[in-house]
Design a protein around this ligand. Structure first.
Ligand code: CTP
Ligand code: MG
Length: 205
């Protein structure tokens, strides 16, 4: 086996493809940066599961005989989820220099408007999904594969774009969005599976 020096073209390979010592670390930085930037949108739904209960947002109102949102979307869950997401962004900002140094990568910071956009947007995306689920006749807790795993990502990115447009466009590069869209459903199924197994969530989705 012949060793190819880093930076040189692959023998017989397409031109432009080089052996780079930084490919692995670039991939790590891409994935770590993408997940870090999404963390304030990941935790609100989990916090809402723990904090949920009390008055439903729709107050029991119906549309065409079906609940507007259902009992699974409460004021308390939404408020606690949003506050926990924003608080996490502040904590991440505080530890980013040390964590970034330790991992040898640059991590994004969170201006307060971006933090609120991500956390509140995640909750609103989930609420929007419940609205769609009720319209399609699904009862509270019914699964809607795809929507359940990505509703909060769409909500978070849209509200962050509205509240902090420059930050969102700079931080959520197409490559990072691609990572988020691929990894989030897996993470979501994993955390919800754990919550179900622990008995804090009624369904594993
Ligand atoms: N929750 C809440 N408020 C929210 C979101 C969630 O109180 N805005 C709590 C509720 O107790 C809810 C639980 O977290 O039952 C699980 O959330 P989720 O799976 O999103 O709700 P479901 O009960 O499955 O209802 P839906 O079918 O509308 O998603
Ligand atoms: Mg559910």
């Amino acid at each position: 086996m012949t060793l190819v020096p880093p930076g040189s073209p692959l023998p017989g390979g397409p031109t432009g493809l080089t052996v780079s010592p930084t490919n692995d670390s670039a991939m790590f930085e891409l994935i770590a940066g993408a997940l870090w930037a999404m963390l304030p949108a990941y935790v609100p739904n989990n916090a809402a599961v723990l904090a949920g209960g009390g008055r439903p947002i729709d107050g029991g109102r119906t549309l065409d005989g079906k609940r507007l949102l259902g009992d699974g979307k409460t004021w308390r869950g939404t408020a606690v989820g949003t506050v926990v997401g924003v608080a996490l962004a502040l904590v991440l900002d505080a530890v980013a220099p040390a964590a970034g140094d330790a991992a040898g990568i640059a991590l994004p910071g969170f201006p307060i408007n971006a933090a609120v956009g991500l956390a509140l947007g995640a909750m609103l995306g989930d609420i929007g999904a419940s609205f769609i689920k009720r319209r399609s006749g699904r009862e509270r807790g019914a699964a809607f594969p795809g929507l359940d795993q990505l509703d909060f990502v769409a909500g978070a990115l849209l509200l962050a774009l509205l509240f902090a447009p420059d930050w969102t466009l700079e931080v959520f590069t197409p490559a990072r969005i691609a990572v988020v869209v691929v990894v989030t459903p897996l993470l979501h199924l994993l955390t919800n599976g754990i919550a179900y197994w622990l008995g804090v969530k009624d369904e594993p989705w």
